[in-house]
Design a protein around this ligand. Structure first.
Ligand code: SAM
Length: 190
């Protein structure tokens, strides 16, 4: 199963409506729309991207589905999410999605970068609610993606196992450069 599909499958199990969630890499808006559908009329999605094209495509997709009012779209790097997420949502976010890399069909030089990705993941972990999950799809098939995948894996693999569970989904039959998924769950406090 593709990493992005596995991420969707796991997120469906967590969301039932009314939640606050974050799409850290909006891109063409597929994941943002997926989240907006699941959180329902009383939920909220924060979406981030740095490219005008991505912001435009995401807005258009949401408007076509009539769900734009459930989403706060930010043309801001995800590494600045801590100044965007409302204080009332700190520690109350149910799902955070990172689908790393570049915008398909666009300029491949504008890609997520290991330093800012790890900074954003660090902030995101603080925003997660107990029982909330963070999904990170990594793309080691290009140079920066390879470095980024290693940095992200090492960073997340070192988290305190009493506070976070760590799962890595790798398609064993695919090439070593194939995308993979990391899922972090913030454990309920004892
Ligand atoms: N989730 C998207 C979808 O459903 O279409 C696909 C995301 S695409 C693989 C990765 C996106 O990350 C690109 O659109 C790129 O512009 C964006 N990106 C790159 N650096 C970023 C940053 N610092 N903050 C937020 N988004 C960033």
């Amino acid at each position: 199963m593709r990493s992005t599909h596995r991420a969707h499958q796991l997120i469906r199990e967590v969301l039932s409506g009314g939640e606050v969630v974050i799409d850290a890499t909006a891109g063409n808006g597929h994941d943002t729309l997926f989240l907006a559908e699941l959180i329902g009329i009383s939920g909220l999605v924060y979406a981030f991207d740095v490219q005008d094209q991505a912001i435009g495509n995401t807005r258009q997709r949401l408007e076509k589905a009539g769900l734009a009012d459930r989403v706060i779209i930010n043309k801001t790097g995800h590494q600045e999410m801590d100044r965007i997420i409302s204080r009332e949502h700190h520690g109350a976010v149910s799902v955070i999605m990172f689908n790393l890399g570049y915008l398909p069909g666009s300029d491949h030089s504008i890609t997520t970068l290991r330093g800012t990705t790890v900074a954003a993941i660090t902030q995101g972990l603080q925003f997660l609610a107990p029982g909330g999950i963070m999904t990170v799809v990594c793309y080691p098939g290009h140079d920066e993606g390879n470095y980024e995948s290693k940095s992200v894996s090492e960073y997340l693999g070192r988290l305190d196992s009493e506070r976070y569970s760590f799962e890595k989904y790798v398609n064993e039959e695919a090439k070593v450069s194939a995308p993979f998924l990391i899922v972090i769950t913030k454990l309920e406090s004892l």
